[in-house]
Design a protein around this ligand. Structure first.
Ligand code: UD1
Length: 336
């Protein structure tokens, strides 16, 4: 691959920091750009320890054209991995304008500045949330897109924006990656999912219960039409997911235009299975209560990852046990 640095927006966040680390491990130069709204300087420091490399860390917001301009002028950027976004579903119902501003306007400002500086290679962080309630599983990339929450609609709006951009100018190379449920952590324990406040996603919540920081897990519904009655999701190790971005960059080097890939394992696990696997991996108990269903949850979601396997030569390698072991190492290290 050619020289030049890779700009990682949201590089101090959960998926961004793991991807930055994998990029560094593979020998790439990285610039982290983050506003630290739901991340921390400590995470930006930790990724440099995890990768054993120094990285330029720029505090800034993707909606700030001047801040982006300074980055593109100050660094020889050749590609961007764009993670910076808000991602809490419930919050997106309360603050739709903030979600559209951060996620859609942020992406718009970013690609404007990329175009202005002749940088036309982008890996975009999308989500399986764009499928909404799927018509069937496993989910393939060409299934209908019908997100059921404002967060998902911002991701779809970004996908559409990028699609129009690719149509307008054949020089763009854009990879849209639709993530299923990333969990786990870097094997060092230095990086992980450390949301600010009370977690809303399952894995960080389980971790907090196992660590004794929260009393009990609330299992949102045990009366779904699944074998144990709890929802099934396609949990994917965040390091496997991060490696998918390297494969996407390699793909783009040979393939101009726009490509869309699901990143998932192709297998589903229930809430009870995840909680049990975490207990086994951590040696701690995860007490739970069954609570009412959470609005907007769909019973079963898992990917058909065969396009990514065929085109990107990417496959998730780690199973649920390993995801839990690594997540627990991070929880335990953070508590120490
Ligand atoms: C959610 C979002 C998705 C987003 C992803 C990462 C929806 C519909 N989807 O995925 O768009 O990309 O987070 O931010 O919200 N659960 C419990 N107790 C808890 C937390 C979760 O039982 O305290 C259950 C949920 O009901 C669900 C499963 O665990 O069945 C996974 O939940 P979560 O980790 O929040 O992910 P998703 O809802 O699948």
């Amino acid at each position: 691959m050619n020289g030049g640095k890779i700009l990682v927006t949201g590089g101090a966040g959960y998926i961004g920091s793991h991807t930055a680390t994998e990029l560094l491990d593979a020998g790439h130069e990285v610039v982290v750009f983050d506003n630290f709204a739901n991340s921390s300087r400590a995470a930006a420091d930790a990724l440099q320890v995890a990768a054993n490399r120094d990285v330029a860390v720029v505090e800034g917001d993707v909606r700030d054209a001047d801040a982006l301009r300074r980055v593109f002028r100050g660094h020889d950027i050749r590609a961007v991995c764009h993670f910076a976004a808000k991602k809490a579903v419930a919050e997106s119902f309360e603050q739709p304008l903030s979600y559209h501003d951060n996620n859609v306007v942020g992406t718009l400002r970013l690609v404007e500045q990329m175009a202005a500086h002749g940088v036309k290679t982008l890996v975009f962080s999308s989500s399986a949330t764009v499928y909404g309630y799927p018509v069937s599983v496993p989910i393939t990339e060409n299934m209908p897109l019908a997100p059921i929450n404002p967060y998902g609609r911002t991701k779809l709006a970004c996908e559409r924006l990028l699609g129009d951009l690719a149509l307008s100018d054949a020089e763009w190379r854009i990879s849209i990656l639709r993530y299923f449920n990333p969990i786990g952590a870097h094997c060092s324990g230095l990086l992980g999912d450390s949301p600010q406040g009370v977690p809303t996603n399952l894995m960080p919540y389980i971790g907090a219960v196992a660590a004794g920081r929260l009393p009990r897990l609330r299992v949102f519904g045990d009366d779904y039409p699944t074998p144990d009655g709890t929802c099934i999701r396609d949990y994917i190790h965040v390091v496997d997911l991060a490696k998918g971005h390297l494969k996407a960059l390699q793909w783009l080097a040979a393939a101009p235009g726009l490509a869309i890939h699901n990143l998932g394992t192709g297998a589903g696990h229930s809430v009870f299975e995840v909680a049990r696997a975490f207990e086994e991996a951590s040696g701690r108990s995860v007490p739970y209560d069954v609570a009412p269903r959470r609005p907007g949850d769909t019973p079963v979601l898992y990917a058909d990852p065969s396009r990514a396997a065929a085109e990107l030569e990417w496959r998730a390698e780690h199973g649920l046990r390993r995801m839990c072991e690594d997540a627990w190492r991070h929880v335990a290290a953070s508590a120490a």
